[in-house]
Design a protein around this ligand. Structure first.
Ligand code: SF4
Length: 385
């Protein structure tokens, strides 16, 4: 991957590390960071850490040593996204709304920008669920601010992302009671994180595993695989099955949506699943060239799906434009394997079993797709915006 392939055309990389340092030094700010799943697969590559040593716990240690007050794992809000998006899919699917066109995932801003500019008539088929990055920001400035007893203005939210396009996605607004602002105040890429670790003179070899903060602490295997192509679909299907049948499927029931290897020219994975008497037809695609071809087939009626996952970067976020670059070498597939390993070994593998997500619904949102959830966790996609 390469920033010159960046789906949002961000040919010049914007650095936001100074903004983050300023917020850390500001005594009026409480700086709260989140770390996306794909970052843990790549941050150690330039710091001389082996993949098994480059844990998310060490990233949390590094961020805290820099002075960030609270650090969370975006895996938590990936689970929250699945709660909303999984329920949204089942509702739209069973109401017959998707008989002509599928519901498309919306957590990749490179793809969202692409569909808005190239296929605006399909925008209404995007999931309205915000991405895990945005959901986390919204929850930090509402639920978490209330827990701390401070106003949303005091909370400064930082995301550590594998992605350059997330810097544009953060412009999305948050309206909450008297507060109007952004879910996220600054986005730094994996490469910027590495630069911050170096400029803070933190020796990677001295980092130790530190747990993420509470109460948004737990993350499941389903949330972790968001970083690989097919991961959002697989996680959503695990929970959609539960919503429809009232019982869990085997955790490995939907592995057919996973990429079988890294092949930029053949990036579509399709699979049908039977849940009760319902057949759910799915497709997963990564890379915008592959996506354009898939949409051509959908529009011409050659193929028909109910649910389609799109990631702009070949291989998904593990191959994102903000990850370390190795000339002539594509590491997305190898990094993706790391996430599937973490999923296989996770205690919890279903987003709807995340105890901190369950608790948040009890205390705050009541239920997926509730009025409050719509206000804070969903967005209205408009054409050409
Ligand atoms: Fe960003 Fe992931 Fe989309 Fe690439 S695939 S643009 S890294 S969200």
């Amino acid at each position: 991957q390469c920033i010159t392939h960046c789906p949002v055309g961000a040919l010049r990389e914007r650095s936001d590390t100074n903004e983050v340092w300023k917020a850390i030094e500001d005594p009026d700010k409480i700086v709260v960071a989140q770390v996306a799943p794909a970052v843990r697969t790549a941050w150690g590559e330039e710091l001389g850490l082996a993949p098994e040593d480059a844990t998310v716990g060490k990233i949390i240690d590094a961020l805290k040593r820099m002075g960030i007050n609270y650090v969370f794992d975006t895996t938590f809000s990936a689970d929250l996204t699945i709660m909303e998006e999984g329920n949204e899919f089942v509702k739209r699917f069973t109401s017959g709304e998707l008989k002509d066109r599928p519901m498309f995932t919306s957590c990749c801003p490179g793809w969202v920008r692409f569909i808005k500019s190239q296929f605006p008539h399909l925008v209404k088929y995007l999931s309205s669920a915000k991405s895990p990055q945005q959901m986390f920001g919204a929850v930090m400035k509402t639920y978490f601010a209330e827990k701390l007893g401070v106003s949303p203005e005091k909370i400064y939210t930082v995301s550590v992302m594998p992605c350059v396009a997330k810097k544009a996605e953060r412009e999305m607004d948050l309206y909450y009671e008297e507060y109007a602002g952004h879910d996220i105040d600054a986005v730094i890429t994996t490469r910027e994180l590495i630069r911050m670790i170096r400029s803070a003179h933190i020796s990677p070899q001295t980092l130790v595993d530190v747990e993420s903060d509470r109460p948004m602490h737990e993350g499941t295997g389903a949330g972790v695989i968001f970083g690989a192509t097919g991961g959002v679909m697989e996680a959503a299907l695990r929970s959609a099955y539960y919503i429809i049948k009232g019982e869990n499927p085997p955790a490995e029931a939907f592995t057919a949506v996973r990429s079988q290897g890294f092949n930029e020219n053949d990036g579509v994975q399709e699979a049908n699943f039977q849940i009760n008497d319902i057949t759910v037809r799915t497709a997963v695609v990564s890379g915008l060239g592959n996506t354009r071809e898939l949409i051509r087939k959908i529009e011409s009626g050659e193929v028909h799906y109910d649910f389609v996952e799109v990631m702009a970067c070949p291989g998904g976020c593990v191959g994102g434009g903000g990850q370390p670059i190795h000339d002539g070498e594509e590491r997305a597939f190898e990094r993706g394997k790391n996430l599937y390993y973490l999923d296989r070994n996770a205690n919890l593998r279903f987003s709807h079993e995340n105890p901190d997500v369950i608790q948040m619904y009890k205390e705050y949102f009541e239920a997926p797709m509730s009025h409050k959830a719509h206000m804070l966790l969903h967005t209205e996609h408009k054409k050409n915006m």
